[in-house]
Design a protein around this ligand. Structure first.
Ligand SMILES: NC(=O)c1ccc[n+]([C@@H]2O[C@H](COP(=O)([O-])OP(=O)(O)OC[C@H]3O[C@@H](n4cnc5c(N)ncnc54)[C@H](OP(=O)(O)O)[C@@H]3O)[C@@H](O)[C@H]2O)c1
Length: 221
């Protein structure tokens, strides 16, 4: 089986933050970067996020204003079944499919409410950290429906899980010319490394200006 292409998209301050300490995060990057993100969504089969991002931002995660012929499958990692039926994602299944990856212990009424709304559910075992296992979730996605490319657009939790498990093959990093400082929220939660050689060295394959922002693309060695 071919290794799925897993892109991690980040839109951060110059010093790699995705939100201030109070959670404020809109908008860090400018309109051109946001437009490119919509193009990237249209170019991937799946756009994947965590329940933390959904509860914080209530995103739609569709590819808009880029002439997308088909919307990506929108996937949420939601171990305990917290995605509200009133969320923009659930309310927009008519625009494109939504799938929630959840753990073995969720409330039946929650599952029914989402299924009734047209959302697909995928139950996955928990990994070491007590979240749904991301590698299993990705294997389930790529094992069916001709899915070969996934773009992760999530907060620091899912980004750290994906990087820590070595699942990311490409990084699309949009960096705005602002500095938030160490009291802000880093794009990537702790990885627990203790030696420099534990950090994967990425290959920068492209760098370009995108409005006022910088767009860097990295690939795995
Ligand atoms: N600038 C950007 O590019 C960007 C993009 C997206 C979000 N954000 C910001 O990120 C912030 C949210 O950060 P966050 O860390 O809470 O969001 P997140 O990474 O989207 O979600 C984290 C949550 O996802 C669930 N989860 C399920 N499986 C997981 C797994 N395998 N690994 C990790 N988490 C898993 C966990 O909750 P359960 O245990 O309940 O499942 C976890 O608490 C918001 O402020 C948002 O604005 C920024």
């Amino acid at each position: 089986v071919a290794r799925p292409k897993v892109t991690l998209k980040l839109a951060t301050s110059l010093d790699g933050a995705i939100a201030l300490s109070n959670g404020a995060s809109k908008w860090i990057t400018g309109p051109q970067a946001r437009h490119e993100v919509h193009r990237l969504r249209a170019a991937h089969d799946v756009v994947l996020t965590g329940i933390g991002t959904v509860l914080a931002d209530d995103p739609l995660m569709t590819a808009r204003d880029v002439g997308a012929v088909q919307q990506p499958l929108r996937v949420v990692l939601d171990t305990h079944g917290r995605l509200p039926a009133t969320s923009a994602l659930v309310q927009s299944v008519a625009l494109g499919p939504v799938c929630v990856v959840h753990g073995p212990e969720t409330v039946p009424q929650w599952r029914t409410s989402l299924l009734d709304a047209g959302v697909a559910l995928d139950e996955v075992a928990l990994g070491k950290a007590g979240y749904v296992d991301l590698a299993l979730a990705i294997a389930n996605l790529t094992g069916k429906d001709l899915i070969s490319s996934i773009m992760i657009e999530a907060g620091g939790g899912v980004a750290a899980s994906a990087l820590g498990a070595g699942l990311v093959t490409r990084i699309e990093w949009f960096r705005a010319p602002v500095i938030f400082g160490a009291d802000a929220r880093n794009a990537i939660n702790p990885l627990g490394m203790t030696a420099i050689d534990q950090a994967r060295r990425w290959v920068r394959v492209r760098v370009e200006a995108c409005g006022d922002d910088l767009w860097e693309t990295y690939e795995v060695q």
